[in-house]
Design a protein. Structure first.
Length: 333
């Protein structure tokens, strides 16, 4: 457990960062660029009378692009920091009134102080994974937009008059073809990045040896687990992906169904669902398990979710052992 003497809250926006030092009750605003970060570090060191900010925990909301440069700078300079999800910050603040960048920075600093025993320092993933993250996001957007054009094309072909379709179908065909090309190009770039990194390449080879886990599912798992260093156990990742069931009960009157939480990475969950569908057809053990439960009258989606969990457990076991998965059913006499 890390022990910190001082806690700094930062509210990150596109142009500026608002900084609040909890112990001194001081606020100041800096530009959201490298020169602003340099000024912030000098100011904080002077205020806290510290030669090094190694005993300071800087806390800020994970805002994607806007907080990326700040997190890279802090890691390069050796200053501990914690990037916290926006929902976690919001739900920790209780009843609040009013809002400003200064107030938000103060509330984030208070959050860091109050949760100092459980708040963990954030470690950025490897360079190759940081390269893969925006490529995956771009591919998701292209696939989503392509699906939208497919549906629009289909519906307009069905309901519009022939005179209204003039020029439309050719335009849709051109756009969809261009998106197909770009999706393949993005996937090729991702493959090249992985091939150039020995750790990622060997890990991808291991986990894609499991039936149901193809190239894309493997890349998703590697990226969102930071090459299996981000989550201590497969159950924690299952919770993150939204496939872990939770009870819903209180006292003697509330007895809800045990079900998964909507708080999840929906894209990872979708990829795991596709992997489970594939595994339930191609993996002999999971196919037998899946068909047996359906024959017993069990819920289909509940059974698929159990297959998803079994796949995640297999992947984490392979990643931890760093040995290939062995299909035991093939060796049963």
């Amino acid at each position: 457990m890390e022990h910190y003497r001082f806690f700094i809250g930062i509210d990150v926006s596109k142009a500026v960062i608002d900084v609040f030092i909890h112990a001194k009750n001081l606020h100041r605003q800096f530009s959201n660029d490298r020169s602003g970060y340099d000024t912030f570090v000098r100011w904080a060191g002077k205020v806290l009378q510290a030669e090094s900010l190694g005993q300071v925990l800087v806390c800020f909301e994970h805002t994607g692009l806007y907080s990326l440069c700040l997190s890279v700078y802090l890691e390069e300079t050796g200053i501990p920091f914690a990037m916290v999800p926006a929902l976690q910050l919001k739900r920790s603040m209780g009843i609040t009134r009013g809002k400003s960048d200064k107030v938000d920075a103060r509330r984030i600093a208070e959050f860091a102080y109050l949760y100092r025993e459980t708040l963990h320092q954030t470690k950025l993933p490897a360079k190759a994974i940081m390269q893969l993250q925006p490529l995956l996001a771009l591919r998701d957007r292209l696939v989503r937009d392509r699906a939208g054009y497919y549906v629009t094309q289909k519906e307009q072909r069905r309901f519009l008059l022939p005179s209204q379709l003039m020029g439309l179908l050719d335009a849709y065909a051109t756009i969809i073809s261009a998106m197909d090309t770009e999706i393949k190009r993005v996937e090729k770039v991702m493959q090249e990045i992985i091939e150039q990194d020995e750790e990622l390449r060997s890990m991808l080879e291991l986990i894609t040896g499991i039936k149901g886990v193809g190239f894309l599912v493997g890349v998703y798992l590697i990226v969102f687990t930071h090459n299996f260093t981000r989550f201590a156990t497969w159950r924690k990742f299952a919770c993150y992906a939204g496939i872990a069931p939770f009870e819903w009960q209180s006292g003697t009157s509330i007895r809800g169904k045990t079900k998964v939480s909507p708080l999840a990475n929906k894209q990872v969950k979708k990829m795991l669902h596709m992997a489970a569908l594939s595994a339930s057809r191609s993996d002999s053990e999971l196919k037998t398990y899946y068909q047996k439960r359906l024959a017993e009258g069990k819920n289909k989606m509940c059974t698929l979710n159990m297959v998803r969990n079994k796949l995640v457990a297999r992947v984490f076991a392979v990643a931890t052992r760093k040995t290939a998965y062995v299909e035991l059913m093939r060796h049963v006499a």
